[in-house]
Design a protein around this ligand. Structure first.
Ligand code: PGA
Length: 257
């Protein structure tokens, strides 16, 4: 894992945006996996400001709530259009977000996996991390080999996400999420984490033993993971000074790769 610790979340988001810019420059028809939540918003803002050519890019989102009407402001469909897609020249036909209202959800999940494979696989997957270590909505004890499927959220995640709704009761309990096995097949994973409520999950992910109790720890088995952190999210890392030393010593030509 490459651990990139920046002074604040905006600088960490800028690093993430530059990595995506580099990918699109090198591969204009890249397949990019996207995430929702508070964390990626500032990176999406930077990407919008960069005015990149997204016309050939294909995207696959990680997850979606089950049962909210598609146009509900808290669906991840609404989130993505509001925070990114409405502001870039992406082809709507190349946008994929799980459909939380699909009639046959297991069949929809299989079709989602097939669509990813048909697109040639994901070049770069953007990830956040839950305070409980979830990636996508793969909650603790998820199979580390799981594929896109239905999951039930933990009470902690429902509470974490209640801030987007008028009450915790309104947060859907069920979601569709790419599996951990799906995420592990992305060629690169780009994980962003900001704030002290992520510090334990991040420390476990980077320096703890691999365990389904902190699903993000599985990324230790992935050959290409970049982790962009602010100081608060990095505060429990024992080897933080080493990660800083490595990043500071990176040759300029290697920086945004
Ligand atoms: P957040 O969510 O960015 O809103 O903190 C991250 C996640 O749950 O993966």
């Amino acid at each position: 894992m490459e651990i990139i610790i920046q002074k604040n979340s905006q600088q960490a988001a800028d690093v993430g945006a530059r990595i995506i810019r580099g990918l699109i420059a090198a591969k204009p028809d890249a397949v990019i996996g996207l995430a929702t939540g508070s964390t990626p918003v500032s990176m999406y803002q930077r990407l919008i400001e960069m005015d990149l050519d997204w016309s050939q890019v294909t995207t696959f989102n990680l997850d979606e709530y089950i049962g909210l009407p598609k146009e509900h402001p808290q669906t991840y469909h609404s989130f993505m259009w509001e925070n990114l897609f409405n502001h870039i020249n992406i082809d709507p036909a190349k946008v994929h977000i799980p459909d939380g209202n699909a009639e046959d959800i297991p069949a929809h999940c299989s079709a989602y996996e097939k669509a990813i494979a048909d697109a040639g696989g994901i070049d770069l997957q953007v990830l956040g991390i839950g305070s409980d270590g979830h990636i996508g909505f793969n909650e603790p004890t998820s199979s580390l080999a799981s594929r896109t499927r239905i999951k039930t959220l933990t009470e902690r995640t429902v509470q974490d996400n209640a801030r987007f709704f008028s009450s915790a009761e309104e947060v859907p309990r069920h979601v569709i999420t790419m599996g951990i096995g799906t995420i592990m097949e992305a060629r690169t994973n780009l994980l962003l984490a900001f704030g002290d409520n992520k510090a334990d999950a991040v420390a476990g992910m980077v320096e703890g033993p691999i365990t389904a109790n902190n699903p993000a720890t599985v990324l230790q088995m992935h050959p290409s993971v970049k982790v962009c952190l602010d100081e608060a999210a990095a505060m429990k890392l024992e080897r933080a000074d080493y990660y800083r030393w490595v990043y500071e010593g990176k040759p300029e030509w290697q920086r945004d790769r």
